[in-house]
Design a protein around this ligand. Structure first.
Ligand SMILES: Cc1cc2nc3c(=O)[nH]c(=O)nc-3n(C[C@H](O)[C@H](O)[C@H](O)COP(=O)(O)OP(=O)(O)OC[C@H]3O[C@@H](n4cnc5c(N)ncnc54)[C@H](O)[C@@H]3O)c2cc1C
Length: 403
């Protein structure tokens, strides 16, 4: 039996959060065209203070660290509401990659790591980044990494080349995935190591331009080099060789939250499409919505968003009930399905808006540029489809090797 009811407390929380998103963040979007994240960050930090004062800050963070301590499914619903603005998650301190880093520090961090890294992250005083993908190796095969962390007494010496380290610009520390045990079985070779970005061995090479936007601060992606980067062994998160296990912990719930954030974006694009279809006249008294082709956009989008939300809700329920391992088919399915629903709904909404849709007068173009990557990060579509199909085929007696 699946549970779709939302408790009165959560309903109230969602409406308070939505009110903040509409009052504080939607007007801000009107003023940011052509400005970098760093330029608008002071305004966002002020909004964060008001979010804190309203008792809504860090919804996913356990209450012992000052958050709301929301459960997995409740936070998924919050994530949808916050997705209605590109800055929703940042304003509430549940943005990637910090949210994932807070989660693994909470689950695997030592007392010292929690004091030094988790507590200031949860208070929103510092930011962090996650450094796994390498330009020279296929990110789709995360067991094949070049970055090495070699033990030297009570230190690790890290050497490696990373890119797509999101939000490295201005981050206080990186969680680095590095091979510590090259001769161990594939999934026990790498460890996660905390590297303060003021370490002399941390080199910020460049901000990577994405579809014409270089970005800055939290809204950016960096190329980074680790050159003879020495950190104490006590900076390792969890056991040596446990990097993949911890990555799985980080990615499972993270995918549900990403998918719900995409549904928030899709809902906003959908609302905008419907509003425009109802009001933009092709000729006097004939709005766009009188045309069946536009009605088709609306009907298809509604059905696809609802289907995606049901799949996500079911996957979240299954993780809650049976754990991440049992829910891996459902998680693979939502990752590619929801990402593609998002792309299609955004595309239809832009199309309905005509020329306006590609301007920066609405958030649609920015969403289009920055959310194309949804089909690539956290596992490209093809990887999730192949994994899902292989597991299904196994039930039919065909074992296809993951080459
Ligand atoms: C906006 C953005 C933010 C990111 N943030 C971070 C971050 O913070 N930290 C971090 O470490 N990484 C991050 N990444 C990197 C991301 O995780 C990788 O891009 C992703 O894992 C894919 O790896 P790759 O780019 O090396 O593509 P490759 O692995 O080289 O794959 C290229 C393409 O090949 C196809 N393909 C791959 N495998 C298969 C297969 N088995 N069958 C068929 N086709 C296949 C897919 O179409 C894939 O897109 C980010 C990426 C983006 C775009």
């Amino acid at each position: 039996m699946y549970e779709f009811d939302i408790s009165p407390q959560t309903t109230d929380l969602l409406s308070r959060i939505r009110e903040v998103v509409e009052r504080e963040l939607h007007p801000l979007e009107q003023r940011i065209a052509g400005r970098t994240f760093t330029e608008i960050e002071p305004e966002l930090l002020q909004i964060r203070e008001r979010v804190k004062a309203a008792g809504l800050f860090a919804p996913q963070v356990p209450s012992e660290y000052g958050g709301l301590g929301l459960g997995f499914r409740e936070h998924g619903l919050v994530s949808e509401v916050l997705g209605r603005s590109p800055f929703g998650h940042f304003a509430f301190n549940c943005q990637a990659p910090d949210a994932g880093n807070m989660e693994i520090l909470h689950l695997f961090g030592t007392a010292e790591q929690k004091t030094r890294y988790l507590e200031p992250l949860a208070r929103g005083e510092i930011r962090s980044c996650f450094s796994m993908t390498e330009p020279e190796r296929a990110g789709s095969n995360p067991t094949w990494l070049e970055t090495r962390a070699v033990r030297d007494g009570d230190e690790y010496v890290i050497d490696g080349h990373k890119w797509f380290t999101t939000a490295a610009d201005g981050a206080a520390f990186a969680v680095v995935m590095a091979v510590t045990n090259p001769d161990a079985p594939l999934h026990a070779r790498a460890s996660m190591i905390l590297v303060p970005t003021d370490n002399p061995g941390f080199e910020h090479v460049r901000l990577i331009s994405i579809m014409g936007h270089t970005g800055s601060g939290w809204a950016s992606h960096s190329e980074v080099r680790y050159r003879s980067c020495r950190v104490p062994v006590s900076n390792r998160l969890g056991e040596e060789g446990a990097g993949f296990l911890i990555a799985q912990e980080r990615l499972g719930p993270g995918r549900i939250h990403h998918c719900m954030r995409w549904m928030g974006i899709a809902e906003r694009a959908f609302d905008m499409m419907c509003r425009y279809a109802a009001t933009r006249e092709l000729s006097p008294g004939k709005p766009l919505g009188t045309r069946q082709m536009i009605q088709d956009f609306i009907a298809e989008s509604r059905a696809e968003i609802d289907a995606a939300k049901l799949l996500i809700s079911h996957a979240a329920w299954k993780i809650d009930k049976h754990g991440q391992y049992e829910a891996r088919n459902e998680v693979s399915a939502i990752k590619f399905y929801a990402a593609n629903v998002l792309q299609r709904v955004l595309d239809r909404s832009i199309q309905t808006h005509g020329g306006l849709g590609v301007t920066d007068d609405t958030p649609l173009a920015s969403y289009w540029v920055h959310e194309r990557a949804a089909r690539i990060y956290d596992g490209p579509d093809e990887v999730h489809k192949a994994a899902l199909a292989r597991r299904i085929l196994r039930q039919h007696g065909l074992r296809v090797k993951n080459e």
